[in-house]
Design a protein around this ligand. Structure first.
Ligand SMILES: [Ca+2]
Ligand SMILES: [Ca+2]
Length: 119
């Protein structure tokens, strides 16, 4: 089984889902929906910085990295936006340096695929 390492750097201009203050944002990311991972929450910022690295197992040739930005509220949450990045090139051995991806008008993420390899 191979793995994909993704570095989540930061998001810019998140659509604000809080009426008072700014988002308390985290990112869910997955190749396979059964194995979602999530970042920590950055409170009260529409331009959060995470600098977190995630290791995803590559299952069944899935090559779309799905990303969803969520605003955490007390006892609840709001979806900010979502999108996906095709990481097929990384899975076939190329290093993707990363990018700056904007999804609709809701959020932009700066991300990097660090490396892939065999678990
Ligand atoms: Ca909210
Ligand atoms: Ca909130």
């Amino acid at each position: 089984m191979s793995r994909l390492e993704v570095r989540l750097l930061e998001a810019r201009n998140l659509k604000d889902e809080d009426t008072i203050g700014q988002n308390d944002a985290y990112i869910e990311l997955w190749l396979d929906e059964d194995y979602k991972q999530r970042s920590s929450v950055v409170n009260n910022s529409n331009n959060p910085t995470w600098n977190e690295t995630f290791t995803l197992q590559v299952i069944g040739g899935k090559h779309k990295l799905h990303l969803k930005a969520i605003d955490q509220d007390v006892g609840d949450k709001d979806k900010i936006g979502e999108g996906s990045i095709d990481v097929g090139a990384a899975l076939s051995g190329q290093v993707i340096d990363g990018g700056y991806s904007c999804f609709a008008v809701t959020f932009c993420l700066i991300w990097a695929v660090v490396e892939t390899g065999i678990v």
